[in-house]
Write a protein that binds this ligand. Structure first.
Ligand SMILES: *Cc1c(COP(=O)(O)O)cnc(C)c1O
Length: 434
């Protein structure tokens, strides 16, 4: 592994205390080399490192920070709620506040259960799908990431693919069928053969965890029709896309509705959260309304509920219009920089999430995404970091723009990218001529 930067004191300390020095592998710089930047403060679109560097943030708490860091409405909500309750482990009206907001805005959700992470939301949704169908088999897609439950890691995107792990050793069950993303024929073949065994199909309707790869509309419609016909549960994992790509998530944007939806990230206003929801019929199978057990000591805790509600209330029509404008400006700037540098790369975007894939012209599936030039990405990542822009340290992640990324900040990112791409081009010219 190429070391780009010396280990920092903060990283050395963390390394001696936590595996790899981090509490989630996607935070490590394992894929790009060097020591992660340790952050002391975050405000708007900016991060401040422990050594006082100001960096433009495109990680955005992996999508949660859609309003920008430390948004006053969210801060105030957390502060005010903390005066009343922090954690009670009992019912509070704050749960209904956020539930009402979500149910009003996500087309296919009539009832919701809050949990503490996206991983939990997906595990619970799968259990529910298996219960209501009386079947075991789950269909999922290469490059999708649905949390770190055993059965869902094989062929997963996000940190699993970033670190070059295939997740196979964790594939604790043979009840999971993994198909290529955006491949209608593969899905049809499986449903022809074993449709009656399939409890649920889970997917990111717009993938963010192999980088941004939108699901093709005909493929999504085929999934909707096939699951309906075979009595399987269609599960949209919108932990990333929910309230990110549009009000109500990918399903309101695409007009294809799921039976169950998992949420997370944005709906917690930056605090730990997950949720799953669907029709009242389905959701009322969950305990104590029904027999499917699902529980959590901290679930629906009032601080998270208050922060989430403040965030969702700030996400009105004009906010989504502004996010779209910012994403579009960034994409256009990056594409111009790519063209000017003569570098091969493509930019794929949905709203305020976007990925630049070095070495590729178009990405529609995980096998495409895996052809990304990882070495060039690592160089690009560090070239950007030197210029004060913190990207997600992986070629298989989305970059997240927030409402705090104004034109000036977007243009600064584009300028940094143009200079970084020129640097990369000069480097590779030198390498091929020497
Ligand atoms: C982030 C993510 C998860 C996992 O959520 P955690 O809160 O990290 O457990 C699941 N699915 C998708 C699509 C995600 O982006």
């Amino acid at each position: 592994m190429i070391q780009f930067a010396g280990h920092s004191t903060a990283f050395d300390r963390a390394l001696s205390l936590m595996p790899g020095g981090v509490n989630s592998p996607v935070r490590s710089f394992a894929a790009v080399g060097g020591a992660p930047v340790f952050i002391e403060r975050a405000e708007g679109a900016w991060l401040e490192s422990v050594d006082g560097r100001q960096l433009i943030d495109l990680v955005g708490s992996w999508g949660a920070a859609i309003l920008g860091h430390g948004h006053p409405a969210v801060r105030d909500a957390i502060r005010a709620q903390s005066e009343n309750t922090v954690s009670i482990g009992l019912a509070s009206p704050r749960e209904s506040d956020l539930a009402e907001e979500i149910i009003a805005r996500v087309p296919s959700v009539q009832r919701v259960r809050f949990v503490n992470s996206g991983t939990e939301a997906v595990m619970s949704a799968l259990r529910l799908a298996r219960h209501v169908t009386g079947r075991r088999r789950i269909v999922r897609f290469e490059g999708g990431y649905h949390g770190h439950a055993d059965a869902l890691l094989s062929g997963a995107g996000s940190g699993v693919s970033t670190l070059g792990l295939d997740g196979e050793e964790y594939d604790a069950t043979s009840d999971v069928t993994i198909l290529p993303y955006n491949d209608i024929d593969a899905v049809k073949r499986v449903f022809d053969r074993i449709g009656a065994e399939i409890a649920g199909v889970i997917l990111e309707p717009i993938s963010g965890n192999m980088g941004v790869v939108p699901g093709d509309h005909p493929w999504l419609r085929a999934l909707r029709n096939l699951t309906r016909r075979s009595g399987s549960v269609l599960i949209f994992d919108e932990v990333m896309t929910g309230f990110r790509v549009a009000d109500g998530g990918a399903q309101s944007l695409l007009g294809v509705h799921a039976d169950l939806t998992t949420l997370g990230k944005v709906i917690g206003g930056g605090l730990p959260v997950g949720a799953f929801g669907g029709s009242a019929d389905l959701m009322d199978q969950i305990a104590p309304a029904g027999p499917v057990y699902q529980a959590g000591t901290m679930s629906g805790n009032p601080l998270t509920m208050a922060a989430g509600l403040a965030a969702l209330r700030a996400l009105d029509e004009s906010a989504y219009a502004a996010l779209e404008r910012a994403g579009k400006r960034l994409q256009a700037g990056l594409e111009q920089a790519i063209q000017d540098s003569g570098f091969t790369a493509c930019v794929q975007r949905q709203g305020s999430m976007l990925t630049l894939f070095p070495g590729l012209a178009r990405v529609q599936s995980f096998s495409d995404a895996n052809l990304v030039n990882r070495r060039q990405f690592s160089r690009f990542f560090h070239a950007m970091l030197r210029r004060g822009v913190h990207l997600p340290p992986s070629p298989h992640e989305a970059w997240f723009v927030s409402l705090a990324h104004d034109d000036e900040i977007i243009d600064a990112i584009v300028d940094a990218a143009a200079a970084s791409l020129r640097e990369l081009r000069d480097l590779s010219t030198k390498e091929t001529t020497s």
